[in-house]
Design a protein around this ligand. Structure first.
Ligand code: IPM
Ligand code: MN
Length: 349
């Protein structure tokens, strides 16, 4: 029997609740499809930081390297650990160390979910560059506290980095409708984004079957609200993609519906799957966290591992639950109730 080793990092806040739910669902479909999941939990989190002084041990990355995938809940508890410490101590190092350069986020309405646009019929796959660009971390500050204090944050775009994310997006567009939107801002950023556009055009020549259109980020933000049904695969730099995927989450009903995959397409190391919503301190301990995005992320994980049948079972079961009105309004159903509905749908199918 095929078996996969999964690192489970529940993390902070509602992370443990939603990872537990997603894991139950993943195990249920594994049993149906006859493969095994071997989960190993890691307590790395802000609590761990308060106890030990680090978000994860020094050999954390090496420990994770042996796994087939990582399922993560949420990182961050700003009341006790600054985000700049927690995120740079756990989430971001994993994305960078394992070169998870493609952050993939699907934005569509599940049946029964009514988004703020009051319109249906869009199905967007956002692909965000995840390792460089505006979030490279290059920069510094001088003259601290003085009137002439300076902060510099340098966006770094490498040919290798831009080419690989665009290529990944072209491939996805080819698998889907053959339409790709490349997000730019070359009218204002005359170095990095002109470079991005040039590489988009170079690759377009290699993919004659993909119709690619470039949109400036501001125009894309408007389009995602006014005409999301005109979009299919959307590819963007780290910062632009970060912002657009929160917009994508909003139009699909809210952050509680947003799943994501941090993928290393070369498969040299494990990829990581996580809901976008974060630790949600406002609802902690109430048992009302919606595990939908974590369960969807687990489906993306199984798909990445090649278990497409299991991934589809999860999606069908979730869609069955939401179509019956379960898990579609924030706070209305308990975490366990939604999970039960999904498990029942998997069982009954
Ligand atoms: C996300 C988050 C993170 C990011 C933060 C928490 C660093 O906003 O996954 O979109 O920007 O990558
Ligand atoms: Mn974000």
């Amino acid at each position: 029997m095929k078996s996969y080793r999964i690192a489970l990092i529940p993390g902070d806040g509602i992370g443990p609740d939603v990872v537990a739910a997603a894991w139950q669902v993943a195990e249920a479909v594994a049993a149906k499809e006859r493969f095994a999941l071997e989960g190993t939990g890691f307590p790395w989190s802000c609590d761990h930081y308060l106890e030990t002084g680090t978000m994860m041990p020094d050999d954390g990355i090496e420990t994770l390297r042996g796994f087939d995938a990582i399922l993560l809940g949420a990182v961050g508890w700003p009341a006790s650990v600054p985000d700049s410490v927690s995120l740079h101590g756990l989430l971001l190092p994993i994305r960078k160390a394992f070169v998870q350069y493609a952050n993939v986020r699907p934005h569509r309405l599940l049946p029964g979910v009514e988004g703020p646009l009051k319109k249906d019929g869009f199905d967007i796959l956002c692909i965000r560059e995840n390792t460089e660009g505006e979030y490279s971390g290059a920069g510094g500050r001088v003259h601290a506290g003085a009137p002439n204090e300076v902060a510099v944050e340098t966006a770094i775009f490498t040919r290798a980095g831009v080419e690989r994310i665009l290529r990944f997006a072209f491939e996805k567009a080819r698998e889907r409708s053959g339409r790709l939107a490349s997000v730019t801002k070359s009218n204002a950023q005359k170095h990095s984004m002109v470079f991005w556009d040039e590489i988009t055009r170079e690759l377009a020549a290699e993919y004659p079957d993909v119709a690619v259109t470039s949109y400036h980020i501001d125009a894309m933000a408007a389009r995602m609200v006014m005409a999301p049904e005109t979009l299919d695969v959307v590819v963007a730099s780290n910062l632009f993609g970060d912002i657009l995927t929160d917009l994508g989450a909003a139009i699909q009903g809210g952050l509680g519906f947003a799943a994501s995959a941090n993928i290393d397409p070369t498969r040299a190391g494990p990829s990581m799957f996580e809901p976008v919503h974060g630790s949600a301190p406002d609802i902690i301990g109430q048992g009302i966290a919606n595990p939908l995005a974590a369960i969807w992320s687990a489906a993306m994980m199984l798909e990445h591992l090649g278990e497409t049948g299991a991934a589809s079972r999860i999606m069908r079961a979730m869609e069955h639950a939401t179509a019956n009105g379960i898990g579609i309004r924030p706070g209305e159903h308990r975490t366990g109730a939604f999970t039960e509905a999904v498990l029942n749908a998997i069982e009954r199918e």
